[in-house]
Design a protein around this ligand. Structure first.
Ligand SMILES: Nc1ncnc2c1ncn2[C@@H]1O[C@H](COP(=O)(O)OP(=O)(O)O)[C@@H](O)[C@H]1O
Ligand SMILES: [Mg+2]
Length: 318
């Protein structure tokens, strides 16, 4: 679905030559450290950000060449669970879920209500439709956002760190819910996460990003067997020497003019595992230093919708 994708903000390259294919019914997990470009990748795939280079094909539609009606149509066939949930605090849960339905389909109000009730039942929120997002626990907000993402019965559901800010039990429940929805509706899922427990629970295929490059791609077992230091460090929860993380802290300092230049941080980069899912030959990739900082996570998602619901983080649910 993505070929040779390069993404930039201004003249800063965030992603460089990413290939990624998601097959029908598969759960594809996208991994990578903070600031590695996971959200940027999602935003490019779903057309929120226009790729600097490369092909993005969503459900058979090439987003570069699609006209507005084609784009609209394909957007109606995907669902997105934004990082942070992005519910509108001024609307009830019901009206939040009704939003995409009202936007895309001209249906009589009782039918809209009926559809909303069904989606709320799917996520076990039938009792909470009249509440406003600030009145919900963290897990309930995620489920409400999920109901909204599911409103139009998407063929692919994209989730950006769905379990961020949830306690482990609520997070596990959300994974189970995602899997059950996937099974029930035969959707594909593309999930950005860095929770190891989630990855173990849901991943069919794994893509790992490191400094803007694809550093691993394959089944979970294949990726785990990768010799790439950043991949090993991730799965063993070890600090990686000379890692992106360490580097990025230096670079962040450098940006502020506080640090001396750091070494080139080359890591003998190799894509790990055999690339069974690869219909394109990815080849070993040379890693180059890139301009990269590790800004505070909360600064990162700038879309208005994400911003609308920043306060929801850290809630938990009993
Ligand atoms: N709208 C934007 N404008 C400029 N830079 C951005 C924007 N969004 C993200 N970035 C930068 O791009 C890099 C990748 O961000 P992001 O894709 O959000 O990473 P991740 O989701 O993996 O944590 C970060 O260094 C971030 O600061
Ligand atoms: Mg992100």
């Amino acid at each position: 679905m993505v070929g040779g994708l390069t993404a930039k903000y201004g003249d800063r390259t965030i992603l460089d030559g990413i290939d990624l294919t998601v097959r029908a019914g598969e759960v594809r997990v996208i991994l990578g450290g903070s600031g590695s470009g996971k959200s940027t990748l999602l935003k490019n795939i779903i057309g929120l950000v226009r790729p600097a280079e490369g092909v993005v094909e969503l459900l058979g539609v090439d987003l570069r060449t699609a006209d507005e009606p084609q784009r609209e149509a394909v957007m109606g066939r995907i669902g997105v669970l934004f990082q942070g949930g992005a519910l509108l605090n001024s609307l009830t849960v019901e009206d939040n879920v009704a939003l995409p339905i009202r936007e895309k389909l001209a249906l009589p109000e009782p039918v809209v209500r009926e559809m909303v009730a069904m989606k709320l039942a799917l996520v076990d929120l039938s009792h909470a439709g009249h509440l406003f997002p600030p009145e919900l626990s963290g897990g309930m907000k995620k489920r409400a956002a999920l109901a909204r993402a599911m409103a139009l019965d998407p063929e692919i559901l994209f989730c950006d760190e769905p379990s961020a800010g949830l306690d482990p039990v609520t997070s596990a429940a959300l994974d189970a819910l995602l899997l059950s929805l996937k099974k029930r509706f035969g959707m594909s899922l593309v999930v950005v996460t860095h929770e190891l427990a989630s990855i173990e629970a849901i991943a069919d295929k794994v893509t790992m990003l490191g400094r803007g490059r694809l550093i691993a791609d394959g089944s979970l077992a294949e990726v785990k067997a990768s010799g790439h230091p950043a991949v090993r460090a991730f799965f063993n929860r070890e600090p990686e020497s000379g890692s992106a993380r360490t580097q990025s802290v230096f670079e962040a300092l450098q940006e502020k003019g506080a640090a001396a230049p750091v070494g080139d941080g080359r890591l003998g980069d190799r894509s790990g595992g055999d690339r069974s899912g690869g219909d394109r030959n990815r080849g070993d990739r040379d890693r180059s230093d890139r301009d990269r900082s590790d800004r505070d996570r909360s600064d990162r998602d700038r879309s208005d919708r994400d911003r609308s619901d920043r306060d929801q983080r850290g809630g938990d649910e009993s």
